[in-house]
Design a protein around this ligand. Structure first.
Ligand code: ADP
Length: 345
């Protein structure tokens, strides 16, 4: 894998405007400042809850949607700045798409070979070279044996192979796959992941796969988790120091402004709402609930081990200037602070 980046997203923002029945509109911030870099030849998985912005990111990278703010660079093309014609060229020449529903762009009564020939012909390729190219593509996805079968005679996995062959027809640099195994059983899904890995290695193809499958880390070089339109964490394959073996390590992501997303379950466990205390320790940075805020939100809960009691009021050092102001106020208030009975209030 090359270490040169193919994709660079910087502070990428995508806002949709949803029309309301009353004639107004509401904003949906699908991407809220996403920073992500993908190396050329890398196979990347993107995971995250539904609505977290995965498909939006894929649509922006595929040139199907324009960013509202920030930058999305693929190769040396700034997708937000391309003219409509240049964006159209980008879609035709640089990217290939694979969708969850393999049949989305396929015709059931055509054979596997004809289904691949059709978009080649539509894109302007004619004659013998079209058939030859279609055959090459079928070989690439290991479907030569089934080339004369109609689409509706193929299994779900085979149909997805035809869809992948079509996505490769324009020899893209980047393949974007949205839940490519979402409708397949586990065994078939494994064969599709194997095929994608094979294409990644053989063609040096950069592949970005959006998935709900938490097990995707086994099939790709790196997994990034998206939360609320931002990158939250990355799972990397790290080689053990004393062997050839790899193991997976999940790391929180620090963005360009130094912000990091803390897993929601950690925040809930320590009853953290808006603020945390950040302390330097000998070997890192400790993040913990602020003592006063934590107690004020959580009167009923027992203190965790090691948790400190809030500082006693009488131990708080009051600046001498404040004391002087207080003394003078007290002396001025004294005469009026007696009631009619002469009792001090
Ligand atoms: P995911 O792929 O992680 O499920 P999406 O990228 O599809 O998330 O959606 C992110 C957010 O943007 C969601 O709140 C979704 O409702 C909204 N959204 C996505 N596409 C559109 C659109 N075309 N118009 C309006 N809102 C959209």
């Amino acid at each position: 894998m090359n270490t040169e980046p193919l994709i660079i997203c910087e502070n990428l923002v995508k806002i949709y405007h949803l029309s309301q029945e009353n004639g107004g509109s509401v904003e949906v911030q699908a991407l809220q400042g996403m920073d992500i870099t993908v190396a050329e030849g890398e196979m990347l998985g993107i995971v995250g809850a539904s609505g977290s912005g995965k498909s939006t990111l894929l649509n922006v990278l595929g040139g199907l949607d324009r960013p509202t703010g920030g930058r999305a660079l693929v190769g040396n093309q700034d997708l937000g700045q391309l003219s409509p014609t240049a964006l159209d060229q980008y879609r035709r020449k640089t990217v290939g798409f694979v969708w969850q529903q393999a049949t989305r762009n396929l015709i059931p009564y055509l054979t596997a070979l004809e289904n691949i020939e059709l978009p080649l012909t539509l894109s302007g390729q004619v004659g013998k070279s079209t058939r030859q190219r279609a055959r090459e593509l079928l070989d690439l996805v290991d479907l030569r044996e089934r080339r004369d079968h109609r689409l509706d005679e193929l299994s779900g996995g085979e149909q997805q192979r035809v869809a992948i062959a079509i996505a490769l027809a324009n020899s893209p640099k980047l393949l974007l796959a949205d839940e490519p195994t979402g409708e397949l059983d586990t065994v078939t899904a494994q064969t599709i992941y194997d095929l994608l890995r094979h294409l990644n290695k053989q063609l040096g193809l950069t592949i970005v796969i959006v998935s709900h499958d938490p097990g995707i880390a086994r099939h790709v070089d790196r997994v990034v988790a998206v939360r609320d339109g931002k990158l939250a964490s990355e799972t990397l394959r790290v080689q053990k120091a004393d062997s050839e073996e790899n193991h997976l390590v999940e790391l929180a992501v620090v963005d360009a402004a130094g912000r990091l997303q803390i897993p929601r379950e950690y925040l809930e466990q320590f009853n953290i709402h808006h603020r945390v205390q950040v302390e330097l320790t000998g070997n890192g940075i400790l993040i913990r609930p602020p003592e006063r805020e934590h107690h004020s939100h959580d009167h009923a809960s027992a203190s965790s081990p090691g948790e400190q009691e809030p500082a006693a009021l009488d131990s708080i050092e009051v600046p001498s200037s404040l004391l002087r102001v207080w003394q003078s106020l007290k002396s001025r208030l004294k005469p009026s602070s007696k009631n009619h009975n002469g009792d001090e209030q």
